[in-house]
Design a protein around this ligand. Structure first.
Ligand SMILES: Nc1nc2c(ncn2[C@@H]2O[C@H](COP(=O)(O)OP(=O)(O)OP(=O)(O)O)[C@@H](O)[C@H]2O)c(=O)[nH]1
Ligand SMILES: [Mg+2]
Length: 221
């Protein structure tokens, strides 16, 4: 493994009904492109992007872009288990796609056990709001995100609104989980790869020390 390229690799999965805009989000993030006509995903596609999660810490984000169509479900399911992060995407102008989010979430959680996936809920096609096409309010989406224990963000691949923020939110949450020990590296699991596990141990130890010092300061002003 080449340390100059990346210190960590996170596998992140895109989930949600067909046509909600999963591939378009990834195209915007990785190539800064938007296409009005884009091919439906067949099975699973693969995208890569590099992100510096803190100065000097470079992460390779490996995205699995799954097909939302039911007929590909047996293929896409096999990718759940080796994902550490996920974007649960609905189209805010398509009520049914929002109503299916709970099913997507339950299906993934059930299949990844004993591992956990760190999610972000994404209300997509925000640019259509201006045309009065919104079918899901921000309030109800935030409520659902709260119930499922994840943040909520509204995006548009057409305008670029919050696209980078959505992907970086999930990547940073994974990284924080890794540092705090909530997300663990596991033998035989490919959700996260770490080029230098010793560096992670040191980083965790210094973070634990900083947390303890902050706690002590709080207790005894
Ligand atoms: N107005 C608008 N249209 C969008 C946006 N994102 C995607 N679309 C359009 O929505 C349609 C479906 O987009 P895709 O990215 O293929 O959707 P998908 O979720 O990948 O669909 P599957 O691959 O079948 O699961 C395309 O016509 C896109 O151009 C957006 O932010 N705004
Ligand atoms: Mg697609």
């Amino acid at each position: 493994m080449d340390l100059t390229l990346w210190q960590y690799q996170f596998r992140i999965i895109m989930l949600g009904d067909s046509t909600v805009g999963k591939s378009s989000l990834l195209k915007r993030y990785t190539e800064d492109l938007f296409l009005d006509t884009i091919n439906q995903t067949v099975g699973v596609d693969f995208y890569v992007h590099f992100l510096e999660v803190e100065p000097g810490v470079r992460v390779k984000l490996q995205f699995w872009d799954t097909a939302g169509q039911e007929r590909f479900r047996s293929v896409t399911r096999s990718y759940y288990r080796n994902s550490v992060g996920g974007l649960l995407v609905f189209d805010m102008t398509n009520r049914a796609s929002f109503e299916h989010i709970k099913e997507w979430h339950a299906e993934v959680c059930e299949r990844v056990q004993p591992f956990k996936v760190v999610f972000v809920l994404v209300g997509h096609k925000g640019d259509l709001e201006e045309n009065g096409e919104r079918a899901v309010s921000r309030d109800e989406a935030e409520k659902l995100a709260g119930q499922l224990g994840m943040p909520y963000v509204e995006t548009s691949a057409k305008t670029g609104q919050n696209v980078r923020e959505a992907f970086e939110m999930v990547a940073r949450r994974v990284y924080q989980g890794l540092l705090s020990g909530e997300v663990q590296l596991q033998e035989g699991w490919d959700g996260i790869k770490c080029a230098a596990p010793q560096a992670l141990q040191l980083r965790r130890a210094s973070m634990a020390q900083a947390n303890a010092a902050a706690k002590e300061k709080k207790c005894c002003p």
